[in-house]
Design a protein around this ligand. Structure first.
Ligand code: SAH
Length: 293
């Protein structure tokens, strides 16, 4: 008797599976059903976010964000979105990396649309690679939405290119700050090419070490350098100097994080980037104009 309904049951099952395939929250029973987007928020100016990133932010149910993300961007979130600040301050990790990853997994497992909003680009000193690996391991659908990294934003705002024909034919995005406090930099390689622009992320506390190492490995002490604080934002500050003076200038101008160091001939191409050495005579120190807002 029941067998006469079999084709109908089969057909109903097929219909149900088709419907479920279009509903991400039940797409795979027993599997995590939310989704995470690792989104770059850009370097500071809230307008320097991509159209795609903004749309995802507006649609997100949960937004897990960094300290460097512009507050104006968070106002774009839906009024009922859950906002979680996991911002790291220097020397103070508000939420440890493992905790951030656990939060991402937790909310995605509950079927939420989760945006992990990160300063600059998620894959450049943003630990986006670690978060992606964790989410993949947990079977969670994840998409990465790139952003304008601090190097690009700061150079544009300070008015010099990162590459320029006959001046610089490569750029190196690097750091001298390592979580294990060891020095993993290959200084010989970094110092070797005068036609390469070096951009140091998280370099403010390491300026004396960067200066010493680059010069010890053969880079000219006169190489132009720029220190850019809060690049692209309303509180953007910048100082142009030479490699030999980077730590002194940063101390004198009381530069604060977030601050980017750029070393290379391109810096001198900025309109106001006339690069001068600090006078040796401290009596003249007040006469150098390193800082311009
Ligand atoms: N993922 C980010 C970088 C995170 S590491 C990106 O792609 O830009 C954090 C470091 O980036 C800071 O210590 C600082 O060196 C740099 N940084 C980020 N935003 C900056 C800004 N607006 N101005 C200057 N430096 C910035």
């Amino acid at each position: 008797m029941l067998s006469m309904f079999a084709p109908w049951i089969e057909w109903l099952d097929w219909l149900r599976s088709e419907r479920d395939a279009r509903r991400p929250e039940v797409a795979s029973r027993g599997q995590p059903s939310g989704q995470v987007w690792l989104v770059g928020a850009g370097p500071g100016d809230p307008e320097l976010i991509t159209v795609k990133a903004l749309r995802l932010l507006q649609q997100a149910e949960v937004v897990i964000h960094d300290r460097l993300v512009a507050p104006a961007l968070l106002k774009e979130c839906a009024s009922d979105a859950l906002l979680i600040d996991v911002g790291k301050r220097p020397g103070h990790h508000a939420v440890p990396q493992s905790g951030i990853e656990a939060l991402l997994v937790h909310h995605a497992m509950r079927g939420k649309k989760v945006v992990r909003l990160k300063g600059g680009d998620p894959f450049i000193f943003g630990r986006g690679g670690e978060e992606l690996a964790t989410l993949k391991a947990a079977g969670i659908r994840t998409e990465v939405v790139p952003g304008i990294t601090a190097a690009a934003g700061c150079a544009a705002a300070a008015g010099f290119p990162l590459t320029q024909r006959h001046v610089a034919d490569s750029v190196c995005l690097t750091t001298a700050h390592y979580s294990d406090e060891q020095d993993h930099s290959n200084w010989a390689a970094l110092a070797a090419d005068p036609a390469r622009t070096l951009v140091f992320y998280m370099g403010l506390s390491q300026l004396a070490h960067i200066r010493e190492q680059l010069i010890a490995h053969g880079m000219s002490a006169e190489t132009p350098a720029a220190l850019i604080e809060n690049g692209t934002t309303d509180s953007h500050r910048q100082a142009f100097c030479i490699l030999n003076d980077i730590d002194q200038v940063a101390a004198r101008e009381a530069l604060r994080t977030p601050c980017l160091l750029v070393v290379g001939k391109v810096v001198a191409l900025a309109e106001n980037g006339s690069v001068k050495a600090l006078p040796q005579d401290p009596a003249q120190a007040g006469q150098t104009e390193a800082l311009s807002a």
